[in-house]
Design a protein. Sequence first.
Length: 128
Amino acid sequence: MKAVLEIERKFLFGKDLPVEIIEEAERHQLIIQWYLEHPDRRRIRLGVDESEIFLIETVKSGSGLVREEEEKYLDPAKITEIAEQLKTSRAVIKSRHIFARMQVEGVIDWYLLPQMGMFLKLKRPVHL
């Protein structure tokens, strides 16, 4: 399990961010993310990148600009077990571009469905 502090300050880039910036990212992922019904506050992300297919369960806690986020990798085969729950949950499709700088990870999420544009968010690992 990985815990991070996520700075909930998102900056909307719209659709005009130069492709050259995206290409400089250390990692690129294509993600389907489901938002499970309240009060769960869980998200399930099924993704693929250059080296793997992954399934991650994320739980956020706290409020305000900085919140705690815990991520747990699940066996990708588990997707069949939770398929019924996912069918009734809101989902987005996005490409994620990750920039690691010292102790902070910058993430640009490009929302493809719905088409909301690109958002930047910052994460910092913490030890619990």
